[in-house]
Design a protein around this ligand. Structure first.
Ligand code: FJE
Ligand code: FE
Length: 325
């Protein structure tokens, strides 16, 4: 079996540490804890591309580190954009539309208030997630709700042609409701998908995995990822070894695009915590035509969208007199 081959390969590189050869109980325990880390996959995914998300200005005075959606990586089907954002009042993302995809906002520090043209209003705080399906149309503002820098990640996930014009909807996950799991110094918050036998309740129209891992020094993790999906890592904090045990380490603010395989292995060999998100999704395999906040399949659909937005129709009806407060 290839899984056991890989496990043995790792064991050879990382033999269980024993201080005394005679200490057979320790030896057995160490071996067991290693196999507890059970690698449930056959083919480890390797990092095929490493991209530094440099700072740029967006919205009205906000700064973002764009990981996906920059020239080095325009698109990673089904992902259109990943921004690591920081906004301090009075900066923010004032009234703007979306059509044809989902935005997922995950707060890392502080709060953001969201208001939309259908009267929805809400504030998400550190650790909370807003999963917004824009569908046929949303116009909203996203503004900082506290003093100083309010930080988080915003991911844009494409919708398939049959879902682009669905009714908009929101799913809000409060920090306390986000399920966690922990194993041997590796903690995971499960925003979407499944990890360590725990599943998120979020419904993802485009099948998606969104996991937030924190590894203590010397911890490792082996996460399954469906073989046909595209995936990447974004390093939030610290330094880690991704893919294979002898690869060079990656530091904060890097996107690591993953190659083919059915799982990811990560090691924290540093003396500080390592925090990263692992995001993967089923590719849609359709043409993508993007015009700013509108993402459709054809130029004609983009022209139609611009017209709908301009004349407040086909989903943008509420736009006519609406302004955020
Ligand atoms: C947008 C420019 C933008 N990244 N991260 C153009 F800035 C935006 C936009 C955001 C955004 C909002 C938050 Cl809360 C976090 C972000 C870009 O709103 F939609 C377009 N079209
Ligand atoms: Fe937005």
């Amino acid at each position: 079996m290839r899984a056991s081959f890989y496990r043995n390969f790792l064991k050879r590189l990382y033999p269980p540490t024993t201080t005394k050869a005679s200490n057979s109980i320790h030896r057995i325990r160490n071996i067991m804890s290693e196999s507890d880390q059970s690698i449930g996959f056959d083919t480890p995914r390797l990092v095929t591309k490493k991209i530094l998300a440099k700072l740029q200005h967006e919205g009205d005075g906000a700064v973002v580190r764009r990981g996906i959606g920059r020239s080095e990586q325009k698109f990673l089907d089904p992902f259109l954009m990943l921004d690591d954002f920081s906004v301090s009042p009075p900066a923010g993302f004032p009234d703007h539309p979306h059509r044809g995809f989902e935005t997922v906002t995950y707060m890392l520090q502080g709060s953001i208030t969201h208001q939309d043209f259908a009267g929805h209003k809400g504030t998400i705080h550190t650790g909370d997630v807003q999963w917004m399906t824009a569908g046929r149309g949303i116009i909203h503002s996203e503004m900082p709700a506290g003093e100083g820098a309010q930080k988080g990640l915003q991911l844009w996930i494409n919708l398939s042609s049959q879902d682009k014009m669905i009714e908009p909807r929101y799913q809000e996950l409060l920090s306390d409701d986000i399920k966690r799991a922990e194993k041997d110094g590796a903690e995971v918050r499960i925003i979407a998908g499944e990890s360590m036998g725990v599943r998120s309740p979020v419904y993802t129209r485009t099948p998606t995995m969104y996991l937030d891992f924190t590894l203590k020094p010397r911890a490792q993790v082996h996460q399954n990822i469906p073989e046909s999906w595209n995936g990447f890592v974004y390093v939030i904090e610290g330094e880690g070894v991704f893919g294979k045990p002898n690869s060079s380490s990656s530091t904060a603010h890097h996107v690591l695009v993953l190659g083919p395989g059915d799982g990811l292995s990560v090691w924290n060999r540093s003396s500080k915590p390592l925090r990263f998100v692992l995001i993967a999704g089923q590719p849609i395999n359709e043409p993508v035509v993007q015009y700013g906040p509108f993402v459709m399949n054809t130029e004609a659909e983009i022209d139609q969208t611009i017209e709908d937005y301009h004349y407040s129709k086909n989903g943008f009806e509420m736009a006519k007199y609406w302004r955020s407060q």
